[in-house]
Design a protein around this ligand. Structure first.
Ligand SMILES: [Zn+2]
Length: 252
């Protein structure tokens, strides 16, 4: 059975949408992930998770949206960032296009933390259009489900946890011999209660927000399996749920 929308004909899509009101939409970013990881890390991981969950649940999966809100990485070459407004609008129009065919439940698999604010805002707005959007991010799920697998300094951007998942999924585009460990600097203007307009380059020299040299494909495989299982449970539950039972309407 096909689960990727772009591989279906319009008649196959009609068959799916006439029987189902749920879809999976992976999103990510194209941004620096240290010297060892590919720029596509965030969209490649969300795409892999989304496609595996689609296969296990029979829920349709869209092509990944590869660009995200990443301007804080721009000083590292090859980072392609779009504004939060453009990102939100793009995802919104994709969701509304699905809504036209009767989709009422959408699971967004987000591979990049910088996209979260826009996605949360969008999910609230789409609730008003009768579309229930849930947002899944693999790293907080991994932190909860496998709390002892990585130390806190291995769990941040481009660190051992993320590098391990890359090693498990696409080892041919990871060069672990280039991995570095970095200690984020303290900025001279930092103070309690103060937010500063800082970018990654203000904190670290190579783009690694902690320790990355301890990455391994084995641990990456375990993480992938655990987060896929967790998301599969969520998608199965949403697939069965009636959309009108997912949100409360005005009290009478
Ligand atoms: Zn990332």
């Amino acid at each position: 059975m096909k689960v990727m929308l772009h591989e279906m004909s319009w008649m196959e899509a009609r068959e799916y949408f006439s029987k189902n009101d749920i879809a999976i939409v992976p999103v990510g970013s194209n941004e620096q992930h240290g010297p060892q990881n590919p720029l596509g890390t965030d969209f490649l991981i969300s795409k892999a998770i989304a496609e595996e969950v689609a296969k296990r649940t029979g829920v349709i999966c869209l092509q990944v949206i590869p660009f995200g809100v990443s301007s804080h990485h721009k000083q590292f070459w090859g980072t392609i960032s779009i504004s939060s407004e453009t990102f939100k609008k793009y995802v919104e129009e994709v969701c509304l296009a699905l809504g036209y065919y009767g989709v009422k439940k959408i699971v967004v698999v987000n591979g990049h933390g910088g996209n979260l604010y826009s996605l949360e805002e969008l999910a609230r707005e789409l609730r008003n259009h009768g579309i229930f959007v849930s947002i899944f991010q693999w790293w907080p799920a991994a932190g909860k489900l496998l709390p002892h697998m990585f130390k806190p300094e291995e769990r941040s951007h481009a660190c051992a946890e993320e590098t391990s998942v890359n090693l498990a999924l696409h080892p041919h585009i990871v060069d672990l011999s280039k991995a570095v460990d970095e200690q984020p600097r303290k900025h001279l203007a930092e103070a309690e209660g103060v937010t500063l307009p800082l970018d990654t380059v203000d904190y670290v020299g190579y783009g690694v927000w902690g320790k990355s040299t301890t990455a391994s494909a084995e641990r990456g495989k375990q993480i992938f399996e655990v987060v896929v299982e967790e998301l599969t449970k969520h998608v199965v539950l949403l697939k069965k749920a009636k959309s009108e039972d997912l949100v409360m309407n005005p009290k009478v």
